[in-house]
Design a protein around this ligand. Structure first.
Ligand SMILES: Nc1ncnc2c1ncn2[C@@H]1O[C@H](COP(=O)(O)OP(=O)(O)OP(=O)(O)O)[C@@H](O)[C@H]1O
Ligand SMILES: [Mg+2]
Length: 248
């Protein structure tokens, strides 16, 4: 399905980083800030976010024979879920001027399947671009934590059964972490790297300080509205919709 030009409408913000780095926690906090500024906020997650995508997620995450899934299959399944998510949710939301928060997006495939699983970057990038078309993130927040922190937070989630990704070895996580930092260094205009070892409140504050300026031009005055916003919706501020964020 061809995608319409998204360029002067909504804002797509993706959250990236290793398991347990704090993506879901901080995305929920950012959604609140944006809603308080009167923006229409949609929160979604990868893989999943649509009925078809959630079925694909199930195969990827909870496949009992997960260890037998080859890296190429994994890449294509993520891309398939993403293609559906873009066309069903993200693109329509951007067209109406919403701010879309995505818990992971195409950089996850670059880092996990490309760098982590050593798939050739050419095909990974081509498949990524085929899946998302022209719907690229305007801003990507990478929450960076050492692998030891990532693993200890995962282990503390007692109710979670370890899924495929969480059974990976330390080397894999080290590659993922380094991969995100390399990507961010190469595209500083899109990426913001945050130290995920700070407190949740401190991280929230830092993300909001960076994003408020980028999105609205400058911080809110106590009673006024911002001027010359970089990504401000041309429409009247939409009524904030309550965004449901599924816990990953
Ligand atoms: N800055 C922080 N300091 C300490 N603990 C944190 C911090 N941020 C999040 N946590 C805790 O770490 C755990 C993982 O956080 P969260 O689910 O937000 O990470 P995630 O990046 O979404 O993980 P996943 O990739 O597995 O979905 C949660 O128990 C959360 O409460
Ligand atoms: Mg999460």
């Amino acid at each position: 399905m061809p995608l319409k030009d998204q360029s002067h409408t909504g804002v797509l913000i993706s959250f990236e980083g290793s398991e347990g780095s704090g993506k879901t926690t901080q995305m929920a906090r950012l959604a609140k800030h944006l809603q308080e500024r009167g923006r229409d906020v949609i929160s979604t997650r990868e893989p999943g976010g649509t009925e078809i995508g959630e079925q694909i997620r199930n195969i990827i995450v909870h496949n009992s024979k997960g260890d037998e899934m080859c890296a190429e299959t994994e890449l294509l399944l993520f891309a398939a879920a993403r293609a559906q998510l873009v066309r069903e949710n993200i693109a329509p939301a951007l067209l109406r001027g919403a701010i879309v928060l995505s818990d992971r997006y195409l950089d996850s495939s670059t880092v996990y399947q490309g760098i982590g699983r050593n798939l050739a970057m050419g095909p990974v990038n081509q498949i990524n671009r085929f899946a998302v078309g022209n719907v690229m993130p305007h801003i990507t927040v990478v929450i960076d934590v050492p692998t030891s922190v990532s693993l200890s937070r995962i282990r503390q989630r007692a109710s979670d059964l370890p899924d495929r990704m969480e059974r990976e070895n330390i080397d894999f996580y080290e590659k993922v972490r380094a991969g995100y930092l390399v990507l961010a260094k190469g595209m500083p205009e899109r990426f913001i790297v945050i130290d995920g070892t700070k407190s949740e409140d401190a991280i929230e504050k830092q993300i909001w300080a960076e994003l408020e300026t980028r999105i609205f031009g400058k911080p809110a005055k106590p009673k006024g509205r911002s001027v010359s916003p970089k990504f401000a919706s041309k429409k009247a501020p939409a009524k904030a919709r309550s965004a449901k964020i599924a816990k990953r």
